[in-house]
Design a protein around this ligand. Structure first.
Ligand code: PHB
Length: 390
């Protein structure tokens, strides 16, 4: 009985393996599901990620591991309430081989749950939710961007140690990304002897900042740390300056506050210090080539989101090459990605065991239309991956 069952299992496994490699050899297209915000405050971020991803694929002659790509797109509207239904359109209806998404941490957590349950490959090209490469980490889940903790911890250290600030307030949208970034800032700031006196929030994606700005003006902390991104970041930075606060209370942020936004923020953003794994004037040859190619292809200046999309495709290529295009071979795919060094526009990075980039975090200062590097806040910073059992 046992041997009969074992034989059947072995045969089934062999048939499964054959079907997998047959996909690759028959030249069947690789189905890539892009689940990104194509409406709302994060629209520009979704578009930049898609641009970056497609730029990398085009540089490979339109194929990855010999397979042409077929794209399936879903607008997730940055709405966690619709996330499970949206990701299942890609998993169950379109039967994609890999999902690339998304920007919003709340949506990404639902995607990670669905990817884990269905054992679908997921590459997260932005959302920093600490849980995705923490308690929810999995062999089939990868991130090409950052963890929320990673983006903001160093800013706290710099604000206390270098900028000599003693007290700070934080302001953000009340959801995972904002909470995790402002808490990471607090962790770094207080470790160096500073004190976060108050953490204020408003619901995502509201942009009625006035009451909170009035509260900051009255409290007069030495500094403010903010996380906002996309359209919301443009409005926040302009409102902060319009209230005159940029003259009295220095504003710091994770780099999303000023990335892909400077054209619209103009004078209001000048001089703002932020931390991020990318900047506009890196002395990285790969970056020079990337920026030229991106600007030529899309008639747009690249930003961190374009880089993350580009590197999501790069991670996919490395994994697929190792399994000759057969996405069924998840452990071999993961092993190749874990061993690789990625030649990214941000500089070289590797993947941690929890599948989050181990990368330099730059200190940047807004100067004209650029986030210019003024130092390295943390060298080869790894996310602590609290709760990951990979
Ligand atoms: C997130 O929700 O994780 C998020 C969104 C936009 C950003 C960064 C992080 O720019």
């Amino acid at each position: 009985m046992t041997s009969h069952l074992t034989r059947r299992a072995t045969l089934a496994l062999a048939a499964f393996a054959l079907a997998g490699s047959a996909h690759a050899q028959s030249g069947e297209k690789l189905k890539v599901g892009l689940m990104l915000p194509y409406s709302g405050t994060y629209t520009a971020l979704g578009v930049a990620i898609e641009n970056g991803f497609k730029l990398y694929v085009d540089e490979q002659g339109g194929k990855l591991a010999g397979r042409e790509i077929e794209y399936f797109k879903v607008d997730d509207e940055s709405d966690p309430a619709k996330a499970t239904e949206n990701v299942n359109k890609l998993i169950k209806r379109d039967k994609v081989d890999v999902i690339v998404g998304t920007v919003h941490s709340g949506v990404a957590m639902a995607m990670a749950r669905a990817a884990k349950e269905s054992n679908t490959l997921l590459i997260v090209p932005n959302a920093g939710s600490d849980a995705v490469t923490g308690p929810m980490c999995a062999p089939n889940i990868f991130r090409s961007s950052f963890s929320n903790w990673q983006s903001s911890y160093g800013m706290g250290v710099v604000a206390a140690r270098q900028e000599k600030k003693k007290t700070a307030m934080t302001i953000t949208w009340k959801y995972a990304a904002g909470e995790e970034m402002t808490n990471a800032f607090k962790e770094g700031f207080e470790k160096e002897g500073g004190k976060v006196t108050k953490q204020v929030t408003l619901p995502f994606p509201n942009v009625e900042f006035q009451a909170l700005l009035t509260e900051i003006a009255a409290a007069k902390p030495d500094a403010v740390f903010a996380f906002f991104a996309g359209g919301g970041a443009v409005k926040f930075v302009k409102d902060y300056a319009a209230a005159g606060l940029n003259k009295t209370v220095p504003l710091y942020g994770s780099g999303f506050l000023t990335d892909g936004t400077l054209e619209a923020q103009g004078d209001a953003a000048q001089g703002i210090l932020t931390t991020l794994h990318y900047a506009d004037d890196l002395a990285v040859p790969k970056d020079k080539a990337f920026r030229t190619a991106y600007a030529k292809a899309f008639k747009l200046q690249p930003d961190v989101y374009g880089v993350q999309g580009y590197d999501a495709a790069q991670i996919l290529r490395v994994g697929l090459d190792a399994v000759k295009g057969d996405v069924g071979k998840k452990p071999e795919f993961a092993a190749a990605v874990e061993k690789a060094r990625f030649d990214s526009p941000r500089g070289t990075f590797t993947m941690s065991k929890s599948h989050n980039p181990v990368q330099d975090i730059y200190l940047r200062k807004v100067d004209g239309k650029e986030n210019k590097v003024v130092g390295v806040a943390s060298k080869a910073l790894s996310d602590p991956a609290r709760g990951c059992k990979n």
